[in-house]
Design a protein around this ligand. Sequence first.
Ligand code: FMN
Length: 218
Amino acid sequence: MAKTFDTPEREKESSVIKLLAIVGSQREYGNSFLLTKETLKPLKEINYEIIQLAKKEITFCNLCGKCESMECPLEDDFNEILKKLKEADGIIFAYPKYLFKAPTKLLCFLERLDLIHHFRKHPGYSEELRLEQNVSPPLEGKHCCLFVVTDPGENAEECLNLAANEVKSLGMKLILYNSQLGAHATGKFRGEVLRDQKGIEDCRKLVRKLIDSISSKI
Ligand SMILES: Cc1cc2nc3c(=O)[nH]c(=O)nc-3n(C[C@H](O)[C@H](O)[C@H](O)COP(=O)(O)O)c2cc1C
């Protein structure tokens, strides 16, 4: 099998915990990717894959509503990523703060996840709206955690809050870093995040909590 930079070469065993990290930065191999890779590298007991949204085509939902009875009909990378999210035991969303609280590509991706649930719960959008009682969110119960990268000295709370609310509304179980919503590291220039050893260590602690939470469920 071809080796990729994103996917570590590890034996895949079905009993081993599988984590999928979605890096929401809009630039490839930026600080959010480097933080995620550095955090996961020493964790020998798990399998993981890192998906960079910067390398993927994710278009805006056009509200066609067809996903109420089938997978999303848009021909981009969304369905493939959703399949991987469903297969993973745990999920990490890692993203930087830009001018808004999170990159718009990540928001677009989270909106697509949310709208699938919305259209299944409220089908008939173009004719007569109904309410389906027994529809679960597509990633219900999935264990998940958040990493945010900002400029040094910036507060990550608002950024964490934004994705935290979204993953909770998707039915995921958000694992907290102490009482905070996620872990935070800093880096202004590409690569600078690797100097923030405390930030990397915080992310590792959070991933260990994520793994413990998954193990106690399995
Ligand atoms: C256009 C732009 C705007 C940014 N705005 C902010 C900001 O408002 N607050 C902040 O803390 N960091 C801001 N940053 C810094 C990024 O959070 C930081 O560079 C981060 O490491 C980028 O992650 P990435 O390499 O994964 O894209 C900004 C960076 C860019 C490129």
